[in-house]
Design a protein around this ligand. Structure first.
Ligand SMILES: [Ca+2]
Ligand SMILES: [Ca+2]
Ligand SMILES: [Ca+2]
Length: 161
């Protein structure tokens, strides 16, 4: 049980979690009882095949401390789709799962575009890492399998609770 008692300890049932503890990245715990640490980040390049014979790739570099400089790029050959972020709104990472939201421009060669479209990117640490992206809440594009899909090449690095 979490408690709000006056010693500032955010988890009285876990002796390792307290305001004097060191933050351990990506363990799913706010070890030092300070939600502001660590600064959430995700960076890297990865690729996979959402459907056999069709290549998807993603490039991401988002740092909670400097969201305006953040960027997400996604390409998917089957849809002739190119997506480039224009605004990063949020990043949250805990326990090895990072969620990034923002806006961007999606273009299908010879098809409909979606300018200023909201997107959600999920990156999960693992061996290999996995990813999933949804554009316009899935109305424009959604990775064609539920959950996240393993990378076939590349790697992401993330920092979070
Ligand atoms: Ca913390
Ligand atoms: Ca990784
Ligand atoms: Ca932690």
């Amino acid at each position: 049980m979490k408690s709000g008692n006056c010693d500032g300890d955010c988890d009285d049932n876990n002796a390792a979690v307290n305001p004097g503890a060191a933050e351990i990245n990506n363990n799913g715990l706010d070890d030092d009882c300070n939600p502001a640490t660590p600064v959430n980040t995700v960076s890297g390049i990865g690729a996979n095949q959402p459907l056999p014979g069709f290549n998807a790739s993603i490039q991401v570099n988002v740092n909670e401390a400097n969201l305006p400089e953040g960027m997400v790029k996604y390409r998917y050959s089957k849809e002739r789709l190119t997506f480039t972020s224009t605004t990063i709104l949020s990043i949250y990472a805990s326990g090895g799962t990072a969620t990034i939201t923002g806006m961007g421009n999606a273009v299908r060669t010879g098809g409909a575009s979606c300018m200023g479209c909201p997107f959600t990117l999920i990156i999960v640490e693992g061996s290999p890492d996995s990813m999933s992206i949804s554009i316009n809440n899935g109305a424009y594009f959604k990775d064609p399998v539920s959950g996240t899909r393993d990378l076939t090449s590349g790697n992401f690095n993330q920092t979070g609770q």
